[in-house]
Write a protein that binds this ligand. Structure first.
Ligand code: AMP
Length: 281
């Protein structure tokens, strides 16, 4: 496994790989590290379908708000490298901030994520978050020029906004959505779960339970969003629910669910930790 810390070394590798293997494919798995089985499922999806798989590990400062956990965000370099080596990853790209951004942020080209998709839900709670996500993801796409990039459905809004950027900017790659990986009990895996106590983890199980209750109701034939939300909120009792919405893929709230175009998104706080979960229907 090769490890690159500079954009120059990475670009040299990509240039050489593409000129020596013009028909081979590159898969990119962008991450912020503290890798777990959720990330590993993206890695495995890339390894199964691409000739060269590249994991990026970069805690991207531009997607964190001033009062967010950028400094505390878990960083586990050695464990991450072990996971990547064991999985059979070809390249890890782990730059420092200076490699990715100019020191003077007023000298940085920026652009905005589509307002209607980026200023709601996570974007409302975290202003500017998705601009930062697109900024770093586009940089990674341009540095690596992957054929496929793998993203988790766990971060549903992020996935939909990235797919929209690819569509709007005619970017020549495929975005591959990967299903949510959970603990045996049902908690969606997240690097931020590390902030939870055992009691917190137990409490957090109410979140996936609420989505299971929605799935069961849908299977009983319930289509009305209000009714589905009511069912889920009963299961979430005692938790600080930030939002629970039933939306389409443009992130607009809908009254009736429709197969293959509906998402239920939930964010709740447990022990002060914001936990995201969702259901793609
Ligand atoms: P992060 O390191 O949190 O930025 O996540 C990197 C990628 O892993 C994103 O595409 C996430 O959606 C994905 N991911 C994180 N947790 C999970 C999970 N539990 N299941 C599937 N994908 C996940």
């Amino acid at each position: 496994m090769q490890i690159f810390t500079t954009t120059q070394d990475l670009q040299d590798f990509i240039h050489q790989f593409k000129s020596q293997n013009p028909t081979k494919t590159i898969g990119l798995i962008p991450t912020m590290g503290a890798l777990h089985k959720g990330h590993l499922s993206l890695i495995e999806a890339s390894l199964a379908t691409c000739d060269c798989s590249i994991v990026s590990i970069f805690v991207n400062p531009t997607q964190f708000g001033a009062n967010e956990d950028f400094n505390q965000y878990p960083r586990k370099k050695e464990a991450d490298l072990q996971i990547c080596t064991k999985a059979g990853i070809d390249v890890v790209f782990m730059p420092d901030i200076a490699q990715m951004y100019p020191l003077d942020s007023t000298l940085q080209t920026t652009f905005n994520a589509p307002a209607a998709m980026a200023n709601v839900l996570e974007g409302k709670a975290r202003p500017g978050h998705f601009n930062g996500v697109l900024q770093v993801v586009l940089k990674l796409f341009n540095l690596i020029r992957p054929n496929k990039a793998f993203f988790g459905q766990k971060d549903a809004q992020q996935l939909l906004i990235i797919q929209k950027m690819v569509q709007d900017l005619f970017l020549p790659l495929e975005i591959v959505p990967c299903p949510i990986i959970r603990t045996e009990e049902g908690l969606a895996l997240s690097s931020r779960n590390a902030y939870l106590s055992q009691a917190g983890i137990q409490k957090a199980l109410q979140i996936s339970a609420s989505l299971n209750a929605i799935t069961k109701a849908i299977m009983r034939g319930v289509k009305d969003s209000k009714e589905l939300k009511k069912i889920a909120l009963e299961t979430l009792e005692g938790l600080e629910v930030e939002y629970l919405v039933v939306v389409n893929h443009a992130l607009q709230e809908i009254e009736q669910i429709e197969k293959d175009s509906t998402l239920v998104l939930v964010v709740a706080r447990v022990e002060g930790v914001r936990l995201l979960d969702n259901l793609w229907f």
